[in-house]
Design a protein around this ligand. Structure first.
Ligand code: IMP
Ligand code: MG
Length: 173
């Protein structure tokens, strides 16, 4: 049976989300911001983040990408299952993602979005897992950094399980 080792509890996550939201609210004060969350993993982070933002104007949208099968290892292949629906041309776009690992997913998405000529594209992740990075992608807003390990909870899954957990845990096999 896999073990769940606590990494971030619900209260700590809330503090980190609030901290990121303050930075974003200040940096995008007068901007026309579009937040684009990557389904399914970022659904909880997105929901928490938007409610902490102090911005007059904000649009949200979702994409669905698949980079993993049902296991813990990346296939390296990325497929767009659902594209952006709002017009992002000349808008400031912020990608909202659960975890940045090899970077392949966000690199793919950033390049895809840039084809629609937004004014800017930046990256916001709850977890930056930097040891396995394969491409040079940097997140401007990061909740928490880890070197390695497979994390679950707060939207993150292992074979579709554990997404609903309010905290983030290290899954050991
Ligand atoms: P990347 O393309 O390798 O950066 O992987 C990003 C995607 O892989 C994330 O959106 C997650 O869906 C998944 N992923 C990477 N690491 C983990 C993890 O530790 N737990 C759960 N999902 C992960
Ligand atoms: Mg994901």
């Amino acid at each position: 049976m896999p073990d769940l080792i606590p990494v971030l509890d619900k209260e700590t996550i809330a503090q980190k989300v609030d901290h990121i939201a303050r930075q974003i609210s200040s940096d995008y004060k007068d901007a026309d911001l579009v937040l684009i969350a990557v389904l399914k993993g970022a659904f909880i982070f997105m929901a928490d983040l938007v409610r902490c933002l102090d911005l007059k104007k904000l649009t949200i949208d979702f994409v669905r990408l698949e980079s993993y099968g049902d296991g813990a290892d990346s296939s390296g292949r990325i497929r767009m299952v659902k594209d952006v629906e709002v017009d992002i041309r000349n808008k400031d776009v912020l990608i909202v993602e659960d975890i940045l690992d090899t970077g392949l997913t966000i690199d793919y998405l950033k390049k895809h979005l840039e084809r629609s000529q937004p004014r800017s594209v930046k990256i916001c992740v709850m977890i930056d897992k930097f040891e396995r990075r394969k491409v040079d992608v940097q997140a401007q807003y990061v909740g928490h950094k880890v070197t390695e390990g497979f994390l679950v909870g707060y939207g993150l899954d292992y074979a579709e399980a554990y997404r609903h957990l309010p905290g983030i845990f290290h899954l050991t096999f």
